[in-house]
Design a protein around this ligand. Structure first.
Ligand SMILES: [Zn+2]
Length: 81
């Protein structure tokens, strides 16, 4: 129900809803790409064990999800052209 409403609202305003696989987005470093449980020492803190990048865990996950969506959209566009 929520997803249908979200898609309707996005279509209405000219946007698009992209669904991505959220797997490992909370453990992935957006700077170096390192994926590890060790990057999540605390629940609210993301701290990369390799490059020392730090961020709020939720912000980090959201950045990774956004990057995945943008990548999928670019790939879909490249396949059409
Ligand atoms: Zn890193």
């Amino acid at each position: 129900m929520f997803r249908q409403m979200l898609e309707y609202k996005q279509l209405w305003r000219g946007g698009v809803v992209l669904a991505v696989n959220p797997r490992y987005t909370s453990q992935t470093c957006p700077q170096c790409g390192w994926v590890s449980k060790l990057n999540r020492v605390q629940q609210a803190l993301f701290s990369c064990a390799t490059c020392t990048y730090m961020s709020h865990a939720d912000v980090n996950s959201a950045q990774n999800i956004l990057a995945l969506g943008q990548r999928e959209r670019l790939n879909a566009f490249a396949l059409r052209t």
